[in-house]
Design a protein around this ligand. Structure first.
Ligand code: IMP
Length: 427
């Protein structure tokens, strides 16, 4: 029996966390987002309609789950209100179900502007960000000059903070494009207007989560992005600006680092990546296009096509280790149906040792070494019992487990809720 469970992407994001939340939802009392912002994207089907949330946790569409945005999340109030409006239409009023930490940092319009201007002008290292101001907002957080939710309710202090911020940002913006300067009074008015609307949702996340823990209720810590995008442990500098690994939970939610009872990882049966950065097993051939098309691999936030490639078990075993993974949910195995051969990267050839490659994750000058498995023609799509999988798919699953060092406890075999095999229920 696990009371606190974390759900973490083990690759570069987009592993399909929403589906897993669906499968666990009946046993979850509270769900917490603790890092990232509206750079994430989960597509949910509610009453047959497609809704995309970026900031709210996937758990929001389950009425029995109370949802929290912890202090580690950077919040665009514009994005939040637009999602609350969508939720109102499809799910209902969130007033008693959503709590936003009064210590969370806000994304201001100047963060978004500078993110986009930098990406456009960057001559050397283009990161391929989502352009939503995530990086600059986290820079301010570390730089101890963020405007936090609580600051919205002290207009005088808010004005001073905005003035200080514009001192920096208008200078930076001017260097790129003079027309886009921000006006202090307009910005202050907008913040104060948003403050009113936010008020019913503002709360004390630490105290509420503590109460859930003390009454043995089940809390899900919903990761966003993936472990390889973690700014400390990922493929730096091609990363997001938060700790998307297990380590981000304690500081981003406000719980003890020892309070996670079960660490559930999620990975695709192949690999995808959006944005720039190294990707050793990337396929720029017809198999890559096949995976992209069959897997519907288009970014939910930016609409950009995702880069596709074989499963990389070297990286997977590393993220399994770093995140103390107790069990894995393997998603999109059905996308591999019909391929003649399937490859899994089991090693790299390089002048560096494997340990040194994983320490830096620069992933330069390496050549992936593959194990080649027979593909299967009998579909896994829609299979709901492990015994009903064909032998070749079972061999593939066993090989992934052997290479990455963690059991595969759930397998997703298609987009519908019922397209899933549960071998060992984590809760
Ligand atoms: P940022 O998070 O907007 O700063 O973007 C930094 C990098 O993280 C870019 O490569 C983005 O494409 C990637 N990224 C951010 N959020 C997600 C996500 O939810 N899924 C996949 N990639 C993401």
């Amino acid at each position: 029996m696990s009371n606190s469970i974390s759900l973490l992407g083990l690759q570069w994001g987009d592993e399909g966390k929403g589906k897993v939340v669906d499968l666990l939802s009946k046993d979850i009392d509270a769900a917490v987002r603790y890092q990232g912002g509206h750079n994430a994207g989960h597509t949910l089907i509610i009453d047959g309609k497609e809704v995309v949330f970026h900031l709210l946790p996937s758990s929001i569409c389950h009425k029995n789950i109370k949802c929290f945005l912890g202090r580690g999340v950077v919040i665009s109030l514009e994005a939040l209100f637009s999602e609350i409006d969508d939720a109102f239409e499809f799910i209902g009023d969130l007033k008693d179900r959503l709590v936003v930490s009064n210590a969370a940092c806000l994304i201001q319009p100047y963060h978004k502007k500078i993110d986009q201007l930098r990406e456009r002008s960057r001559s050397g290292t283009k990161i391929g960000t989502t352009g939503r101001g995530i990086g600059p907002a986290y820079e301010d957080r570390v730089g101890r000059r963020s405007i936090r939710v609580a600051d919205l309710y002290d207009p005088n202090a808010l004005k001073v903070k905005l003035e200080e911020a514009l001192d920096i940002y208008n200078f930076l913006i001017k260097r790129h494009d003079e027309d886009q300067q921000e006006d202090l009074n307009e910005l202050l008015d907008e913040n104060l207007k948003q403050a009113e609307r936010l008020k019913p949702f503002v709360g004390n996340v630490i105290a509420e989560l503590k109460a859930f823990q003390e009454s043995n209720k089940t809390i899900l810590f919903e990761g966003a992005q993936g472990a390889l995008l973690d700014y400390s442990l990922g493929t730096y500098p091609f990363v997001t600006s938060s700790n998307s690994s297990l380590g981000g939970i304690a500081s981003g939610a406000g719980v003890s680092a020892t309070s996670i009872d079960y660490s559930l990882g999620i990975c695709k049966a192949y690999t995808t990546r959006v944005g720039e950065g190294p990707f050793p097993t990337e396929l720029n051939d017809e198999i890559g296009s096949y995976l992209a098309e069959k897997g519907g691999e288009v970014g939910a936030t930016t609409g950009r096509p995702r880069r596709c490639g074989w499963l990389d078990a070297v990286l997977l075993s590393h993220t399994v280790y770093l995140n103390g993974i107790n069990g894995i949910c393997l998603t999109k195995i059905d996308v591999l149906d019909g391929l003649e051969k399937i490859k899994i990267c089991s090693d790299y050839s390089s002048s560096l040792s494997r340990e040194d490659i994983l320490e830096s994750l620069a992933l330069n000058d390496i050549e992936p070494q593959y194990i080649e498995l027979e593909g299967w023609q009998e579909p896994t799509a829609g299979v709901q019992r492990f015994e009903d999988l064909n032998d070749k798919a079972i061999d593939f699953i066993a090989k992934v487990e052997e290479l990455c060092g963690a059991p595969i406890v759930m397998i997703s075999t298609g987009p519908r809720r019922e397209d899933a095999i549960i071998r060992k229920y984590p809760l």
